[in-house]
Design a protein around this ligand. Structure first.
Ligand code: SF4
Length: 368
């Protein structure tokens, strides 16, 4: 486990994943020899397409399988158990995971149908998929998204897909945070790839996707989730299961000592038709040729301002963002280096969500 998080921007999940895996040298982290049993855990919480904001793009998994097979690994299984009430096999078929498994000769396991092993941690006993526990290397591929109860969901919470449905219900009666942290202490992902192409702003079941155009990876699931929390405008300490996972020794929340390696810059334009919530937030924004990653970071910050009830302050003085503002000097709040001639702006290309949030909060205070 190390303190690196490697980020790539773009809108082609397969090509981005291949470049990312080459850049981080995943093969050097894999167990020696080609016989190791490798598990790939995507997020197929329900039967919806990735554009809906909830599920892992299959192109990411396909690029990963190609990489693993090229490195000589043949014993690969994709494993998932959708949330209670959803049919995992239906999700596998709807997203094309069944075709992937057949094309590459890899296993496909609905963990709802697996045998379970009882494991205990800090007073909680839980049923975990036997296949998951027998893996030599677990690759966790969550989607970057919000959650109505835990605020964010990422690598740590994605492992809920390897417990039984009965256990999922049990987790909810225990308030989610402690059992999620315990689960990750009992079985820890060896490598995480976060699908941040179009995660959801506030719900794990999707419906309010925001085009974020990024994939990132790392070996520490706690650090990865801390970065997800920060990307969504939260401090990692606000998320109970992230804090507890660090206390259990699963990993570190210390982003100040993390190496964030960005392989490229995003210059893609916003393509997806905006969801209801993104439309609502964009009423406070005047965008001119904004890059999608920049715009997505602003949307996450606006969501947090909405949560604390101050977003309306920008109704009459909208926030400017985009390359179309280069060289303009305006008095409205500006996002990113393109607005550097404004009376005030937050710098960065793109600026990240915490800086945007701090700048806009400060702007509101100055206006009072
Ligand atoms: S500051 Fe300008 S160029 Fe840089 S990411 Fe934002 S919109 Fe794009």
């Amino acid at each position: 486990m190390d303190n690196r998080i490697t980020v790539i921007y773009g809108d082609d999940p397969g090509e981005m994943t291949a470049r990312l895996l080459d850049a981080v040298g995943l093969s050097s982290l894999l167990p020696p020899g080609g016989n190791a049993k490798i598990g790939i855990k995507p997020n197929l919480v329900n039967v919806t397409q990735p554009e809906h904001g909830a599920t892992t793009h299959p192109e990411i998994v396909e690029a990963l399988i190609r990489y693993l097979q090229a490195a000589g690994f043949r014993n690969i299984v994709i494993l998932e158990g959708s949330w209670v009430g959803a049919d995992t096999m239906k999700a596998f078929r709807a997203l094309g995971y069944d075709r992937l498994a057949e094309k590459y000769g890899v296993g496909l396991l609905d963990t709802k149908k697996d045998a379970y092993v009882q494991k205990s941690c800090d007073g909680i006993t839980m049923e975990i998929s036997k296949t998951a526990l027998e893996l030599d290397f677990l690759i966790d591929i969550p989607v970057l998204k919000g959650h109505c109860q835990t605020l964010v969901t990422g690598a740590l919470k994605n492992l809920k897909g390897i417990i039984s449905d009965r256990e999922k219900r049990h987790f909810h009666t225990l308030g989610l945070h402690k059992p999620i942290a315990c689960l990750n202490r009992l079985i820890t992902a060896d490598f995480c790839i976060v699908d941040g192409i179009c995660g959801d702003l506030d719900f794990e079941e999707g419906g309010n996707p925001v085009q974020m155009n990024r994939i990132f990876c790392g070996t520490d699931p706690v650090l990865i989730d801390s970065y997800i929390a920060q990307t969504m405008g939260y401090h990692p300490s606000e998320i109970g299961y992230i804090r507890l996972s660090e206390q259990y020794g699963v990993g570190s929340t210390d982003l100040s000592h993390a190496q964030i390696i960005e392989l490229n810059r995003d210059r893609g334009k916003i393509k997806a038709s905006p969801s209801r919530i993104v439309k609502e937030l964009s009423r406070y924004v005047e965008a001119r040729d904004a890059c999608s990653a920049c715009y997505a970071n602003l949307m996450q910050a606006l969501m947090r301002l909405k949560d604390i009830g101050v977003l309306d302050r920008f109704r009459k003085n909208p926030i400017a963002i985009g390359q179309g503002y280069r060289g303009n000097s305006l008095s409205c709040p500006g996002i990113g280096n393109c607005t550097r001639e404004f009376d005030s702006h937050v710098s960065g290309c793109p600026p990240h969500t915490p800086e945007i949030l701090a700048y806009l909060k400060d702007y509101i205070e100055q206006e009072q």
